[in-house]
Structures are given as structure tokens and as C-alpha cells.
Write a protein that binds this ligand. Structure first.
Ligand code: DX5
Ligand code: ZN
Length: 222
């Protein structure tokens, strides 16, 4: 049985210094990061390009035992998911908004033996995700419009969805974690956790903090 009260802090490598990627991965884990979050952006689904499967593979080779939480912000997850599985992802989260077969892609991820997540942009209603909730391990409620780090947490647009997802999970006896991503600080983490989120992604708040271990502890205890 999954423990939805277990707080998981996932530093996002988007905010790391990529010229020292290996050291940055080890630094995040030594500072108490539970997972490493990898933001894949294709310049189509979002207005930014980040990195691809080779980057994930490099991270996997650097930290063999780390849990790699891959977040695909791309237009055709169905076409690229196999590459991200083979690169060593522990979880792959796909967005619901683009036009492709979401159900078949979740099935493909699950059949490879790793966990599957489904992500919703701030403007996307939770209702669209309902048909998939019984198949997924993680529901990612984006708390900013995806594409860039360092944006502000969108409380009003997103917290009702977190609370609603928690209620549906209890009512239907389902088994997914609720993850939030974007603008997460100790203050906003506490708001998100109160509504029902237990996985906290943070880029700026971890890699760019003065003391990463202190900020991860604050996120965990917020
Ligand atoms: C948003 C990305 C986030 C981002 C979070 O497009 O999906 O994971 O890295 O960054 P911060 O914590 O800086 O808001
Ligand atoms: Zn992300």
C-alpha cells in the first residue's frame, strides 16, 4: 500500500549547473533529495527546449540507485516514451493536453515495469484525467504554466484540483500520489501539502538555495 502521507522532495535538475551535472546530482542526494526530477521540454508543447534521453541516461549512469522522475513536456509522448524508459527513468509522467493516445502510452510505461504519472496544466480541469486515475501511480498537478523555472505558484487555479483529486482517491479507493511542480517554497509546499500533495518538485528552491540541505529539510517539514 502506498503511503500518501510520506513527503517526497524531488529537486529539479532544470535549475542545476549542467556544466557539473554529475556533482549536482550527488549534491542533491547528499542534501536529502529523495528523487531527482528531470524536465524534458521540446519547444512545441512548451516554449522552451531543455534536454533529451541522453541527458537522462547520463544521470542514470552517474547515480545508479537514484529514483529518476522524468516529466515529459512534449507534444508526442507516445513517440518518445520508449527512449526515456531505456534511458533509465524510474517514473515517466506524460501530459494529458496534447493529441495522442494517453491510455496506450500509460499502458506502455507500466508494461515496461516502471511507474506512470499523468500531468495537468493549471488551466486543465481534473475531470479530463478521471478516466485514467485508476491506471496511474502519480497525478501531477502543475502549479505554474510549464516551460520555465522560477515562476510563481498559482494557488487559486490549482489547489482546488489537488483537494478534489484527494477526495476522488479516497471515494474510489484509488492509489496515486499527488505531485506538485512549480513555484514550490516552504510556504507554498505547506499549502500544497494541506490540500493533499505529498510529492514536491522544486528547482529554484533547492539547487539555487544558499544551503540545499536546509531548504530540502524545510520543504520536507513544511
Ligand atoms: C516547470 C518545470 C518545473 C520547474 C520547477 O516548467 O516542470 O519542474 O523546474 O522549477 P521551480 O521550482 O524553479 O519553479
Ligand atoms: Zn517538472
Amino acid at each position: 500500500m502506498l503511503d500518501f502521507n510520506q513527503r517526497i522532495v524531488a529537486p529539479s535538475l532544470l535549475a542545476a549547473d549542467w556544466s557539473r551535472l554529475g556533482e549536482e546530482c550527488h549534491r542533491a542526494i547528499a542534501a536529502g533529495g529523495d528523487w531527482l526530477h528531470l524536465d524534458i521540454m521540446d519547444g512545441h508543447f512548451v516554449d522552451n527546449i531543455s534536454f533529451g534521453p541522453n541527458f537522462v541516461k547520463h544521470v542514470r549512469n552517474t547515480v545508479a540507485d537514484a529514483y529518476l522522475d522524468t516529466h515529459l513536456m512534449i507534444e508526442r509522448p507516445d513517440q518518445y516514451v520508449t527512449e526515456f524508459i531505456e534511458a533509465g527513468s524510474s517514473n515517466i509522467t506524460i501530459h494529458i493536453e496534447p493529441e495522442y493516445d494517453v491510455e496506450a502510452t500509460i499502458t506502455k510505461i507500466k508494461e515496461s515495469g516502471i511507474s506512470a504519472g499523468l500531468a495537468l496544466n493549471p488551466a486543465t480541469p481534473l475531470k479530463l484525467a478521471e478516466p485514467f486515475l485508476k491506471k496511474i501511480d502519480i497525478l501531477l498537478i502543475m502549479t505554474v504554466v510549464p516551460g520555465f523555472g522560477g515562476q510563481n505558484f498559482m494557488e487559486e487555479e490549482t489547489m482546488p484540483k489537488v483537494a478534489q483529486a484527494k477526495k476522488i482517491r479516497a471515494d474510489k479507493n484509488l492509489n496515486f500520489h499527488i505531485e506538485v511542480d512549480g513555484g514550490i517554497t516552504p510556504e507554498t509546499a505547506s499549502i500544497a501539502a494541506k490540500h493533499g500533495a505529498n510529492i514536491l518538485v522544486s528547482g529554484t528552491g533547492t539547487f539555487k538555495a544558499d544551503e540545499m540541505a536546509v531548504s530540502i529539510k524545510e520543504l520536507r517539514e513544511s
